[in-house]
Design a protein around this ligand. Sequence first.
Ligand SMILES: Cc1cc2nc3c(=O)[nH]c(=O)nc-3n(C[C@H](O)[C@H](O)[C@H](O)COP(=O)(O)O)c2cc1C
Length: 342
Amino acid sequence: MYRVSPYSENLRYNPALYITSSFIMKIMLAPMEGVVDSYLRDILTNIGGYDLCVTEFVRVVDQLLPSKVFKRFCPELENESKTAAGTPVIVQLLGSDPEAMAANAVRAMELGAPGIDLNFGCPAKCVNKRNGGSYLLQEPQRLFNIISAVRTSVEDSIPVSAKIRLGFENTDLALDIARAVEDAGASYVTVHARTKADGYKAPARWEWLAKVNDVLSIPMIANGDINSVDDYRRCVEISGCENIMIGRGAVARPDLARQIRNFQNNTPEALMSWNEVLILLIDMSNVMTNDVKTRYIVSRTKQWLAMLKREYPEANDCFTVIRKMKDYKEVQQSLNDQLNSL
Ligand SMILES: Cc1cc2nc3c(=O)[nH]c(=O)nc-3n(C[C@H](O)[C@H](O)[C@H](O)COP(=O)(O)O)c2cc1C
């Protein structure tokens, strides 16, 4: 099922070049805490279309974290920081202490991360209370200090990027934030087209992406509410930005990136069938059986099904059948039975 990326082998071989070369359209898989872990990254990049993945955020307070923490968030570090399909995975850090962020970025780099992304978008209260995530959008100078500390500490060949929102309460500082990111030496910036106050409310403010892009000379990645090929087309039209990151849409529609890629290549394809999606769910739970707590398999399967409901009515029925199940074997049996009855 996996289709080899149309890009040159040289770019694929050198992740740093691959990430920052700005002449080709990029599709990134968004970091999603508790959702897009190494299992889902493997499945989605194997379907194809993605150029790059970002880990869930690694929380940095004031300590240098042990290697095992990085490997827990990014098991791909044991595989040259690539998914099984060969897609590079960069490590995301979240924190507000420039020195600690820099030290941990160096550690991630030494462990093989081909890029470091800094999270300035997380809206969670517990994170914001400690001056992390989107809280820092209120103080572009602090954001600048953190990015510059990381930039000057890791090797030049390692891209350092920031993931921002348009602001905290409102968009007043959106352009200042973008400039601070660029001035601090970031290689590129991902902009989630919402403020912290917007939460995840639709619609994302794609028109703001164009304003931010206008003040930047580094590449920008557009993010927020790209849930279909048509959304992609409209987002590019409104934002003027060809590089995108997809989050919830990637989970609800596992072949979304490939569909966008094929649309770009004038070879549109139909949505992946429910049958194929069910096989992915079964595959994920089988792979997990070898190395995670079985309780986790049940909750992850239900979580993915809940997100798939947006695109697949069948996911709703499937969810109803397994909703009360607690035993992973029972869940796996039920998924297999449902597949066999199709
Ligand atoms: C459950 C969940 C977890 C998320 N975790 C992270 C995270 O760890 N780091 C981050 O930068 N953004 C995180 N985000 C934000 C997404 O990366 C993305 O910016 C957001 O969902 C908007 O994109 P979308 O509309 O394509 O989903 C998370 C979003 C969700 C819904």
